[in-house]
Design a protein. Structure first.
Length: 152
């Protein structure tokens, strides 16, 4: 029996990838609009996680970055906290992983577009999930899931 690992690239434009060593299921993080602002759709996230209950989740750890606005930094930290809360409530074990750690392990440069290229090299059968530049979060979530799978 394969163990399913969930990799999460946090944020409103992030993604979630479930990987069991054979199949990869990729989804953009569900969001909804409230008062003209995008927010996480917590109920949809919970449904996604419950559909393919992972054995372990690897979440990209939010780190302070130069040139990022306070609002963006808050949003990323909020997303991380929501994910931790959901996983804790569902009693799913998780690990926060620094971008530098999973990227080094996966041989992935910092460039967002390079993540799509590296994901296509390591997961060639699933490259249809990140065809556009804006799908870098899907590629990163998939690489995080693969990183986590390799750690198990």
């Amino acid at each position: 029996m394969n163990k399913t690992i969930l990799g999460i690239d946090n944020g409103l434009k992030g993604a979630m990838s479930f990987y069991d060593g054979v199949e990869l299921m990729v989804s953009d993080i569900p969001v909804m609009t409230v008062k003209e602002r995008s927010v996480l759709d917590v109920h949809a996230i919970i449904r996604l996680i419950k559909e393919d209950m992972p054995h372990h989740v690897y979440i990209e750890k939010t780190t302070p970055m130069p040139k990022i606005s306070g609002l963006s930094g808050y949003s990323m930290g909020h997303s991380e906290g929501v994910m931790i809360g959901i996983l804790s409530a569902l009693q799913v074990p998780y690990t926060l992983v620094r971008p530098a750690d999973w990227k080094k392990s996966m041989g992935c440069p910092a460039d967002k577009d390079a993540a799509r290229q590296r994901a296509s090299q390591l997961l060639p059968h699933f490259s249809h999930n990140w065809p556009l530049k804006k799908h870098d979060g899907r590629a990163e979530a998939s690489l995080i899931a693969l990183y986590g799978y390799n750690k198990q």
